[in-house]
Design a protein around this ligand. Structure first.
Ligand code: F6R
Length: 238
């Protein structure tokens, strides 16, 4: 893709065609800068008359310790960037809780809710500079399910721009595991910008290792990577 605009358009077309193909679609959603353009396109589509009433969604992750009303929580992000602008039903839009008293229970019930929905049809992913997907940092076992994670300093640095200062970036999060993600029937990985280029280059070497979480996708039968030209800056030509 030439640029972020084209990437967002392509991501929208692919996601939308899956959503329209399936009667009761279940979509896995990501937060961060990368999917914002895609969510904007979904809002535009809704404004032209399309209904997302039949959609069920599961977000990948949430920071631990942030209230839903906190502008840096992923609950807030999803409401702000997508949910409140379309007609998805509140009870069908799932985001793990970052403020529960019992995280073990929250993780287990999030997994169960995904299973009860029939499983994720299409999972959207962004890519961390360290190769994380969701908040699954390097070293996360490939058989992991929804769990509590300790965020790496590189992740806290990368996300600090959303906060007033780095000190405010939480140290822990709750995230779908690699196995949870891999059970999705179709996966779309969005990679935008020069900062992601070393990670994209590493992904394309095809080494599969828990030290580089996104490499698990090599073992999935249906993955589409949508990347812009900037993301190819450091990709070595074979
Ligand atoms: C967000 C998530 C993360 C981001 C990744 C890229 O829900 O799970 O894996 O997708 O950190 O973030 P951005 O898009 O901000 O570069």
């Amino acid at each position: 893709m030439k640029d972020y605009k084209e990437l967002s358009q392509k991501a929208f077309e692919l996601t939308q065609s899956e959503i329209e193909r399936i009667k009761e679609p279940v979509v896995g959603l990501a937060t961060g800068s990368t999917p914002e353009g895609l969510y904007q396109k979904m809002i535009e589509h809704y404004n032209k008359g399309y209904s997302y009433k039949h959609l069920t969604s599961f977000n990948l992750d949430e920071y631990i310790g942030l209230e839903e009303s906190d502008p840096n929580s992923y609950h807030y992000y999803m409401n702000d960037k997508l949910f409140r602008h379309i007609d998805i039903k509140e009870e069908k839009a799932h985001v793990p809780s970052g403020i529960t008293a019992d995280f073990e229970k929250e993780c287990a019930s999030y997994e169960q809710a995904i299973k009860d929905s029939g499983g994720i049809d299409i999972q959207l992913l962004g890519l961390g500079v360290n190769g994380h997907i969701g908040f699954n940092e390097p070293g996360t076992p490939f058989d992991s399910q929804t769990h509590v994670v300790e965020l790496e300093e590189s992740t806290r640095d990368a996300n600090a721009h959303f906060f007033a200062s780095k000190g405010e970036v939480p140290r822990k999060a709750i995230s779908m595991g690699i196995d949870t993600i891999m059970r999705s029937r179709k996966i779309i990985l969005l990679v935008s910008g020069v900062k992601k280029s070393p990670a994209l280059n590493k992904l394309l070497t095809k080494d599969v290792t828990e030290r580089f979480p996104v490499s698990a996708l090599h073992k999935h039968p249906d993955v589409t990577v949508i990347a812009d030209e900037a993301a190819f800056t450091y990709v070595e030509k074979k």
